[in-house]
Design a binder for this molecule. Structure first.
Ligand code: FES
Length: 197
């Protein structure tokens, strides 16, 4: 049901940490995921953040923080992945040639594994937080909307890989931070090599 009807803010999993003094807490359909290892102080200094992605339901999004920046993690479904091809002609940088991401995320999915998107939740225009709008063709975004992220500040739009649409204020795709999978259910944000933790 949730997948077909799209997503609202309630799908955020918000992790309140001592770093932020408790970021805005949003109701969620799934339990909170606490990630207090390493310590909040270490995280503030840039230490990698470990996230159990098995807690994120298919079609849902979790919000974490790394180096004081919001990190969105989306568990994409097959339906969501199927939308990516359909919007290529409307995108400003579909191959992510002028956008920021690790080399291993410069692909259509902008990710290590297609089922999980990891991007900074920071609009590349002036830094607002894009909203997850995963539903297809909602009334306010129009019949061509295939799901993605919408920035309410000045109307920038991004697809389900964080790729920016043409003709909006944001100049580039959402940034992908360095990260890697430790195992099938855990990713480490802020580290992309085994020796760089
Ligand atoms: S900050 Fe997102 S469109 Fe301006």
């Amino acid at each position: 049901m949730a997948e077909s009807t799209g997503f609202t803010r309630r799908h955020f999993l918000t992790v309140a940490t001592a770093v932020t003094g408790g970021v805005g807490v949003v109701a969620t359909a799934v339990p909170f995921v606490a990630s207090f290892k390493p310590s909040a102080r270490a995280q503030a200094l840039g230490a990698p953040v470990e996230v159990d992605v098995s807690k994120i339901e298919p079609g849902a999004i979790a919000r974490h923080e790394w180096r004081g920046r919001p990190i969105y993690i989306v568990h994409r479904t097959e339906r969501m992945l199927g939308q990516l091809d359909k919007v290529v002609g409307q995108l400003a940088d579909p191959a992510s040639e002028d956008s920021t991401q690790p080399e291993y995320a410069q692909n259509e999915f902008r990710s290590v594994r297609p089922s999980f998107l990891v991007v900074e939740g920071v609009c590349t225009h002036l830094g607002c937080a894009p909203l997850p709008r995963f539903e297809v063709a909602p009334a306010d975004l129009g019949p061509d909307w295939a799901g993605g992220f919408y920035c309410p500040c000045h109307g920038s739009k991004f697809d389900l890989s964080g790729r920016v649409y043409s003709g909006v204020p944001a100049p580039t795709n959402l940034t992908v931070p360095p990260y890697r999978f430790i195992n099938d259910s855990t990713i480490l944000i802020g580290s992309d090599t085994a020796g760089n933790t």
